[in-house]
Every structure is written in structure tokens, then in C-alpha cells.
Design a protein around this ligand. Structure first.
Ligand code: ADP
Length: 468
């Protein structure tokens, strides 16, 4: 199972911070890039328009090419280092330059190329201006009156870049504040969302073995917990059932042991009252002996059942077992009582069959069924055992022709300590079939019975088959 350290709240908090920060950073960067691009784009557009204006001002008069300075020099170009510059070259000779360009050393071609449009013959570069400020320079080359003209228009980016950097700082702050606020909101949501789980756990903590019937009402639970509450109630039901079984086993066991103990005690009291004849001693002691045997069998059966219940048969300890061998061993154990009643036991095992399991308990399971078949058969009867394998499973069938089981008893014969009224005259503990069923189930199998009173019974054990 995967293990998750830390609290759900903590993980929720961490994840909300990470996801929120990632989303905001992505949005912030995209916004920043877009805004920077559009500001620089609009400056480039302005410079392009200025170049067009400058181009329109160049004219020829008396064979001289001139720029109509009057119009251009007024305004931003007239202020020295205003941050707005122009320059017009004709065959590399300066035709005109803006008065703002007082520093002749400022080389308008010295910047880094930003973009180039060959169709428009226009190059945009980013340079460092006379006041060491960033400047965008747009250069346009075109033929003019059999000469080659070049027009530069430049503009300082200081103001715009300052705006962009202020915007960047605002973005950082906004991302930080938003991340913190959303993470706190996440923590708050997690705390509220998990409250039903905490209430559920408080309820569970209060449940003891005495209050197992106090179920959790799924109707009052949050939708997500309703299913867990349902499963939890079902688990409580199973536990309660197992608990009740345990309690009734202890109660039944003490009840069943009380009767033989009282018999033994009564016999001893009678013997101790006065001197008895040898025959009286022998009779009483034989009865004590028989009663002790019955108690021994009962205790042995109870132990078997308790061991199986306690999960003493983990599948990890199962081995490959020959069912033919188990049947042989079980029949051998039943031979004595069968012989006493002249009952013949027939085995029909056409093929060797293997299962995965515990050989001793499987033998005990088969013996319990065969022993019952012998016990509840009349003198001289027959018991038939058949081993019927198919591809994935195997069936062990035990048939007798004895008194059979009444329809109303069929359901109950596998219950602990259940003995039908007609069986009371026969020795037994009422645990043999409970043990057989527990063994079959612990091996992934089933056990069933069909019977007709006066005609006999047919017990069928089905187990998963092992194939090499
Ligand atoms: P018991 O020790 O009484 O045989 P089991 O658990 O083995 O206890 O069987 C429970 C009851 O089922 C028996 O008391 C008996 O009434 C009935 N039963 C079991 N096997 C047979 C059988 N082959 N024929 C008739 N009744 C049977």
C-alpha cells in the first residue's frame, strides 16, 4: 500500500501554493511579454511615421536637395538631448540632423539589431543614447534623385522602459500577494472540507465492544463520507456477528461441558456415600470413563474450531496434498466404528487428485462426514465415497442410506452444537459439521447437503483443484 506522510491539510496547502504560484507566474510572464511587445511596437510605429514625414520634407530647389527645416525643428527635435532624434544622409553625406543631436559622437548605427524589414528597407535597432539612455533607432534606406538616401528617426526608451519595469514590479507583488491569499483560502477550505471526517473519527473513537450496535447514520454524513460510513457499519455488523458467535460459543461450550461434568460428579458422590460392590464400582467407573471420553471429544472439537477461527490455517502454509490419501486416512479412522456396525465403506477414486491445503485438517473434515454417515446408518448399511474431479475443482461426495435429515433441520446441521432431536441417542458433539464447513471455507471451498428422511443423505464438499 502506498503511504502518504503528513496531514491532508498540509498537502492541500502546499499544492494550492504550488499550483496558484505556477498559474500566476505563467499569466504574469505572458502579460509582461505582451505589454512590453506592444509598447515597443507602438514606439516603432511612431518612428516609422516620423520617417515618412521626414521623407516628405525632402525636396529639390535650384538643383539642391534640402530638408524643410523650419517645420521639423520646431518642437521636440529642437531641444538638445530631448530624447527624440533624426538624421538624413544623402550618399553618406549628412543632409540634415536634428538640433537635439548635439553629441555628434552618438552613432545611430551602433545599436543591436531589433528587427529588419527588407521589403520596407527598414531596420530597427536598440542603442545607447547621448545621455546613456536606451534608444530605439529606425533606419530607412531609399533611392532619391539618383542618389541613395538614409533617414534615421530615434527615440529614447527611458520613460517606456521605466513604465515596463514598474509594471514588472507590480506583477511580482501581485503574484506574491495572490499566491499567499489563495494558499490561505486553500487551507481554510481544506479545514472546512475535512471537518466531517474529523467528526466521523470522533464518532468511531467512542465505539466500544458494548456499543457496537450504535451505527453511524449515513444520512447525516457528507456525501463522500456516506459510502465510508456504509462500509464501516457493514464492518461493525460483521464484527458484532463474530463477537456474538464467540459469546455464544463460550456459553454453549460451558453448557455442553456442564452436563458430562455433573454426571461424573454425581457418580463420584454416589460411590463415596458408602462402600459399594465391585460390580457397582465397575459400572460407575465405566460410565465416568465414557462420559470423560465424550468430554475429551467435545474439547478436541472445540479446540479444532477455535484454531480454525483463529486463522491457524493461513494459505501461505498450504502444501500440495493428495485428496486420495486424505480419503484413505479418513476411512481408516472410521473403520473401527464401521466394523462395529458391519457397515461397508466403498471408495470410488478413479484418478489421483491434488489440492493445496493442510493434510491433517482436510483428513479431519472428510472423517467428520464419513463418521456421521456411519453413525447415522443402520447396522449392515453401506457408505459410498466418490472423488469427482473436473478441470478446476474437485468434488468429494459421501452418500449413506441411513435415517436422513428432516427438511427443517437441513439448514441448521452446520450450526455449532446443533444436533437434531433424532441424533440425541447417538454419540456426538454437534461440532463435526461446523468444523467441516470451516475447513472447506478456509480452503476456498464449499460444503452442502441433500437428504430425504428414511432414505439417506448426500454430503458434497467442493474444493479448488491443484494442477501441476
Ligand atoms: P454430531 O456430533 O451430532 O454428529 P455434527 O455437527 O457432525 O454433530 O452433525 C450435526 C447434526 O447433523 C447431527 O447431530 C445430525 O442430526 C445431523 N447429521 C449429520 N450427518 C448426518 C447424516 N449423515 N445422516 C443424518 N443426520 C446427520
Amino acid at each position: 500500500m502506498k503511504s502518504y506522510p503528513g496531514s491532508i491539510k498540509g498537502r492541500f496547502f502546499l499544492w494550492s501554493i504550488l499550483i496558484t504560484a505556477a498559474v500566476l507566474i505563467f499569466l504574469g510572464i505572458s502579460l509582461y511579454v505582451e505589454i512590453r511587445k506592444s509598447i515597443l511596437g507602438s514606439i516603432e510605429q511612431t518612428l516609422h511615421s516620423k520617417i515618412q514625414i521626414l521623407k516628405g520634407l525632402i525636396h529639390e530647389e535650384h538643383g539642391m536637395i534640402e530638408l524643410e527645416l523650419a517645420e521639423v525643428v520646431s518642437g521636440e527635435y529642437s531641444v538638445p538631448r530631448s530624447g527624440h532624434y533624426y538624421k538624413v544622409l544623402l550618399d553618406n553625406e549628412v543632409l540634415a540632423a536634428s538640433p537635439s543631436l548635439v553629441d555628434e559622437a552618438f552613432d545611430l548605427d551602433s545599436g543591436k539589431l531589433f528587427s529588419h524589414d527588407p521589403a520596407l528597407q527598414q531596420r530597427v535597432s536598440l542603442s545607447v543614447g547621448p545621455a546613456k539612455e536606451p534608444v530605439m533607432v529606425v533606419r530607412h534606406d531609399f533611392p532619391l534623385f539618383d542618389a541613395q538616401a538614409t533617414v534615421y528617426a530615434a527615440q529614447s526608451l527611458s520613460g517606456s522602459l521605466q513604465l515596463i519595469s514598474r509594471f514588472r514590479m507590480f506583477l511580482f507583488a501581485a503574484i506574491g500577494i495572490n499566491t499567499a491569499v489563495l494558499a490561505l483560502a486553500g487551507l481554510w477550505i481544506a479545514r472546512h472540507a475535512l471537518r466531517p471526517l474529523e467528526e466521523f473519527s470522533t464518532h468511531i473513537e467512542k465505539i466500544t465492544h458494548k456499543t457496537m450496535d450504535e451505527k453511524i447514520d449515513p444520512a447525516f454524513q457528507a456525501e463522500e463520507i456516506r459510502k465510508v460510513a456504509g462500509s464501516f457499519n457493514a464492518m461493525l455488523d460483521r464484527l458484532q456477528h463474530a463477537f456474538e458467535m464467540e459469546k455464544s460459543l463460550v456459553a454453549d461450550a460451558s453448557h455442553e461441558l456442564k452436563t458430562p461434568l455433573s454426571i461424573i460428579k454425581a457418580q463420584c458422590d454416589v460411590l463415596l456415600q458408602k462402600d459399594r460392590t465391585k460390580e457397582e464400582y465397575t459400572r460407575a467407573l465405566s460410565q465416568i470413563n465414557a462420559t470423560s471420553d465424550a468430554m475429551k471429544n467435545l474439547i478436541a472439537d472445540m479446540l479444532s474450531l477455535a484454531r480454525i477461527d483463529a486463522g491457524i490455517l493461513p494459505a501461505s502454509r498450504f502444501r500440495v496434498v493428495s485428496l486420495n490419501h486424505c480419503i484413505d486416512r479418513a476411512v481408516k479412522l472410521a473403520e473401527f466404528s464401521a466394523g462395529e456396525k458391519h457397515i461397508s465403506v466403498h471408495k470410488n477414486m478413479p484418478a489421483p487428485v491434488q489440492v493445496r491445503g493442510d493434510e491433517d485438517v482436510l483428513t479431519e473434515m472428510i472423517f467428520n462426514i464419513v463418521d456421521n454417515a456411519v453413525k447415522y446408518s443402520p447396522e449392515g448399511g453401506t457408505v459410498d465415497i466418490a472423488l469427482l474431479p473436473d478441470n478446476s475443482s474437485v468434488q468429494i461426495e459421501v452418500r449413506d442410506h441411513g435415517k436422513g435429515i428432516r427438511a427443517e433441520d437441513l439448514e441448521r446441521v452446520f450450526d455449532r452444537f446443533y444436533r437434531s432431536d433424532t441424533a440425541r441417542s447417538t454419540d456426538g458433539t454437534g461440532l463435526g459439521l461446523s468444523i467441516a464447513r470451516a475447513v472447506a471455507e478456509s480452503h476456498g471451498g464449499t460444503i452442502s447437503v441433500g437428504s430425504q428422511t428414511g432414505r439417506g443423505s448426500r454430503f458434497v464438499i467442493r474444493l479448488p483443484r491443484h494442477r501441476a
